[in-house]
Design a protein around this ligand. Structure first.
Ligand SMILES: NC(=O)c1ccc[n+]([C@@H]2O[C@H](COP(=O)([O-])OP(=O)(O)OC[C@H]3O[C@@H](n4cnc5c(N)ncnc54)[C@H](OP(=O)(O)O)[C@@H]3O)[C@@H](O)[C@H]2O)c1
Length: 259
């Protein structure tokens, strides 16, 4: 299926590895020119070269911390008028909420809510003027089904989801869509580090905890970054202009609900 976005320009945040990289690769396969972001310059340059070699897409790497004003300014200077924006950044740490300070909460809210909103704010009026825009926020299954140990993720991402629900309905008339992708368990460094931390707490080998986590999934496996990227590319496609303000859960059916 031709997604109808060949020649479009995309900013993909948090994209040197994991889910962001999956989204970037899927968009590049559709002929989208990428501005790729992450903090670590070396890994980012490697990923940019890999995607360019695999797809022939133009890939510009911008190493910057997207949760800072200076980082966002650097990123947006490289691509002030994107057609597509994929927002992403590191998830907050797990733990007991009794141990979190006000500063910890502000950091989580900044990284998983405010950063995404400020990026959207920077690009949305241009998208409206050009009558094409696709914004996809990488959030979490936590929005639909909270993780007990990830209170800051549950809270901050729900705030983003509420904001986007309102804004998406103000801009769909301009062929600008905003949707959220909610990853369940996808086999990335983030997931592996959470499972390893849990294994340490329980005093069991990491391999055992990993196998147990897979077995606990309804699909009996984790999602892949390619599957995740393909969903992102479709939401960014020319065909998805009537999908607005939605939260697409990618979890192999682990959330047990009819709707
Ligand atoms: N994997 C899952 O199963 C899962 C499930 C639910 C939610 N999520 C959420 O989905 C998001 C992506 O997860 P992932 O599994 O793909 O993580 P990952 O494998 O750790 O990859 C994260 C990517 O984002 C970059 N990044 C992190 N913080 C950044 C920042 N401040 N500015 C710019 N780039 C940044 C990282 O590179 P640098 O470190 O070099 O910056 C890396 O490229 C996270 O918010 C995570 O919590 C993941």
């Amino acid at each position: 299926m031709d997604m109808g976005i060949k020649g479009r320009k995309a900013i993909v945040c948090g994209a040197s590895k994991g889910l962001g990289k999956g989204c970037a690769l899927a968009l590049a396969r559709e002929g989208v020119a990428l501005v790729l972001n992450a903090r670590g310059a070396d890994a980012l340059a490697k990923t940019a070269a890999e995607i360019n070699a695999a797809t022939g897409a133009t890939v510009t790497a911008v190493a910057a911390d997207v949760t800072t004003e200076a980082g966002r300014a650097t990123l947006l200077a490289a691509c002030p008028d994107p057609d597509i924006l994929v927002t992403n950044s590191a998830g907050p740490p797990a733990g007991d909420f009794r141990n979190w300070s006000g500063d910890d909460w502000m950091k989580a809210l900044n990284g998983n809510m405010v950063t995404h909103i400020l990026l959207i704010k920077a690009v949305i009026d241009g998208m409206i003027a050009r009558r094409f825009g696709r914004i996809v926020n990488i959030t979490s299954a936590a929005v639909k089904s909270p993780y007990p140990g990830l209170g800051m993720s549950n809270g901050a991402r729900s705030g983003l989801t509420g904001f986007v629900a309102g804004l998406a309905r103000q801009v769909s008339q301009h062929n600008v869509t905003i949707n959220n992708l909610l990853p369940g368990s996808h086999e990335t460094d983030r997931l592996r580090s959470l499972i390893e931390a849990e294994a340490k707490t329980r005093g069991v080998p990491a391999a055992q905890a990993l196998a147990e986590a897979k077995a606990a999934e309804t699909a009996k496996r984790f999602g892949t970054v390619d599957e995740f990227g393909a969903a992102c590319a479709f939401l960014c496609s020319a065909h998805a202009g009537y999908i607005a303000g939605q939260n697409l859960l990618l979890d192999g059916g682990s959330y047990n609900g009819t709707l």
